[in-house]
Structure formats: structure tokens, C-alpha cells
Design a binder for this molecule. Sequence first.
Ligand code: HEM
Length: 500
Amino acid sequence: MTDEQQQNSGNQDQTLTNRQGHPISDNQNTRTVGDRGPTVLENYNFLEKITHFDRERIPERVVHARGAGAHGYFEAYGTIGNEPASKYTRAKLFQEKGKITPVFVRFSSVIHGGHSPETLRDPRGFATKFYTEDGNWDLVGNNLKIFFIRDPIKFPDLVHAFKPDPVTNRQDVNRIFDFISHIPEAMHMITWLFSPWGIPANYRQMEGSGVNTYKMVNADGVGHIVKYFWVPKAGVKNLTLAQAEEVQAKNFNHATQDLYEAIERGDYPEWEFCVQIMSDDEHPELDFDPLDPTKIWSPEQFPLLPIGRMVLDKNPTNYFAEVEQAAFGAGVLVDGLDFSDDKLLQGRTFSYSDTQRYRVGTNYLQLPINRAKAQVATNLRDGQMAYHVDGVEAGENPHVNYEPSSMGGLKEAPKAGKDRTPYVQGPVVRQKISRTNDYKQAGERYRTFQDSERDDLILNLVTALKTCNPDIQERMVGHLMQCDAEYGTRVKEGLEQAKM
Ligand code: HEM
């Protein structure tokens, strides 16, 4: 028992009750006619217990179902690189050196269900909820710095192709590469994913990245486009497939266990938080579009600027209440942080809160893990499981659930700074971005990998592709050739050898 548990148990009446507060004096026997039954229906305690049990699960997340979480804090440096943070953003959490903001982080894998092995080749989620004084900011990122697609309309297809076959209920590389071989922009992500970076060793030694381009806005309303990064203080550690299989043979919860045990023993995981910054324009000098989430901004040209650090120092007290019900949204920003025009980000902004209203419920933001620590005072009312009335704690007249009002209703907040008012003009189209440059960064990544990473990448791709249909293999080799001739040739030769 932890100290906290002992303290709780010592000071409180431990009498078992039902949810109505009725003490339960017999929790061993259902109420029956005679000791052999039948059972009777006027048996409230049994009915409450069994019907609640029947409803213990909420729908799993459609993606990122398997996860682990922890509480901690973010400490601002007050600067972005060598400059005051205020030069780029008025977001309050970054302004003063040493300013602490509580956080909750959920790490995850993407494709399989809630108890799937944590050794699978899959991107890892790295979602952070900052409980700032201006309300919540969620940075819903991944461990890899890029994504498979750049248009959100493709997301359901991408996920369907990676999820188990709807007939056999097994993940099938033939379905995965059938889809991927039609998506040239995915080659960069595939190059990362099939290298050892596709299986992080644990969550503590894993990078995080916001992937999408966001904006920072200062007090004058001037915006810059930014990308966010978590750099683990303990370094990055990945596994080859053989190493992962060894772990998986003995433990399919190793990353959850590693995070929990490290925090229990006081070995608190820590990351430095960094940003890359560009002026807010199209940057025609670059051979890629800075809003394209399939691209990296070269760190040589756009250095990672430290802005703070994060420490995770407390495990959840209940997995379901805190980790399963946690709801992060790519569109949940605070003043001083803004969206960019990145189409994928805009699709995500709609999707997360939509699924959470269904998955957790209409009032998911009233749950303690999701509720802002700042004042919440809204005129949103009712719906399933309304837990309390948002505005009343702020002194709102309970008769007034609308705005404007002269009878004691809630009032609009003063403006926090100058509005940023980007000018948007153009034909409404369904069209790809013009600077797609789908292969260049994938080729650069291949050439930048160490020899061992490159060998592992080729082995993993050949192992996956050798069971695919010949036309899928051909399309994939065609794409990889365009990334880098050696890369494509090695995969082609590997596939030819596998046929012998
Ligand atoms: C159009 C593209 C995308 C769509 C529509 C989308 C949609 C979703 C949905 C519906 C969920 C489940 C949320 C829940 O039930 O609480 C989710 C979870 C998640 N997504 Fe995405 N996603 C997209 C792209 C991305 C990208 C690019 C990243 C990485 C930056 C990402 C990172 C995550 C993470 C980390 C979670 C799990 C959050 C948690 O721990 O609860 N997603 N996504």
C-alpha cells in the first residue's frame, strides 16, 4: 500500500455501499426464494451491480486504443532559443522562466485494440494536455515527425487498410501496401516506420512531435508558423524486429510497465520542449510546402529552439478514469497559439472532439481528467451525464443560460491582444498542393540512416512486401527507386531473392 492509500484507508469509513449510498450488508449472496433459488427481481443491489458491470466499457478509441498515461508538469524557460518567448507568442504558459503548468500525457500505439502488444511496428502517440491558466492546450503528437498523408479525406482509408481485414480479422500487409502503393507521399513515413524507429523501445526514450504546422501569435497579432518537438532527456531507444519479438514473447505490456515502474521508483521521465519557427508565408524558396505534414523542416536550416521542459512524476490513480477517458483534441489551443492552414490539421480539428462526444459522451469535458483547471463558465447545458452547471460556480444567475443578458449572465472576456486577421482569397477547389516533392526527403532519410538502420529497413520492407501481390511489389519498388536508386534496387533484389 502506498502512503496515500494507507492514509485514505485509516481515516475513512470503509463501509461498502451501493451508488445510492445504501450500506450493503451481504455482498456474497443474491436474494432468492429459499437457498436453492430461483432469484427474485426485487434485488436492487444485485441489479445495480450487474447492470453497471454490463456497462463498464466505453467504446475504444477508433485509433490509438492501446495507451498508458501519467501526470506531471511543464516548466517554461521564458525564452524561445535566445529570445524572449513574448517575441513569438503571448501564450501565458511560456512567458516567465520557471513558470509551472500541470500536464497529463497519454502515450499510445495506433492500430490495434486496447490490450494489443506494445512491441508492434506502429507509430506511437504522444498526446499532452497542458492545464494552463487560460484553459487547456492539447498537443496531440506522434513519435515520428511526419505523417502518411496530407489530406484528411484519406484518413479513414489509411486506417481501414492498416486495421485487420474485415473478413479474416487479421492485419494484412497485402492490404496495407495495396493502399500505400497508391500514395506516393507516404514513402517518407514508410521509410521511418520500417526502420528501427518504427518500434520504440519504451515511452520514456521516445521523441514526440506535433507533426502538423501550427502558429504562434504575439501581443501585436503577428504570427509565425511553428512545429513542436519533445526531445527525451534519456535519449532515443528503438528495437529491431528481432529484439521486439524477444520482448513480446515474455511481455506484451512492457512499455506500460516501464513507464509505471519508472515513476513509482522516482526515476521521472523528462523531455525538453522545442520549436522550429518560420515566418508566416508560403516560403517559395523551399522545395516543399511548410504546411505539408509529410515533410520535415531541416533542423540545420530551422534549428530546434528549446522553450521548456516536461517531467512526468505521478501515475494515474485509476486507469479508466484518467487514461481511458482522457480526451485530447488537435484543435484545443489557448490564446497566443493558433492553427495553420495545414489541411490535415484542419481535418483533425473537427475529428477529435466529434469522436469524443460519441466515445465518452456529450459532457466529456466535465470529467476531472478533461476539465480545465482554469475557470470554466459556459452556457452549454444538459445532455447525457451533465455533472454540474458550468456557469454557476462563476456566479452566473442560474436562471440565465444565454448571452447577452442584463440579469447576471456571463460576459464576454476582454481581448487578450491584437487579433491576427489573415487574408484568405482563392478559388474553392479539390486539388493537391503544388509542391508535393513526394520522394526527396524519403531518399535523404534513407541516406542519413546508419548502415544498421538501413539494413533493418530493407529487411523489414522485403519481409513485408514478399507476401504482397506482384503488382503491389512493382508499384512499391517504382516509388522507392524514385526516393533513392540504391534503396529501390536493394528492395527489388531482396524480393527477387525471396522468390528463389
Ligand atoms: C486527418 C488526420 C487524422 C485524423 C482524422 C485523426 C483522428 C483521430 C481520432 C478520431 C482519434 C481518436 C480520439 C479519441 O477517441 O479520443 C485519434 C487519436 C489520436 N491521434 Fe489522430 N488523427 C489524424 C492524424 C493524426 C496525426 C497526424 C497525429 C500525430 C501528430 C495523430 C495523433 C493522434 C494521437 C496521439 C491520438 C491518441 C490521443 C490519445 O492519447 O487519446 N493523429 N486521431
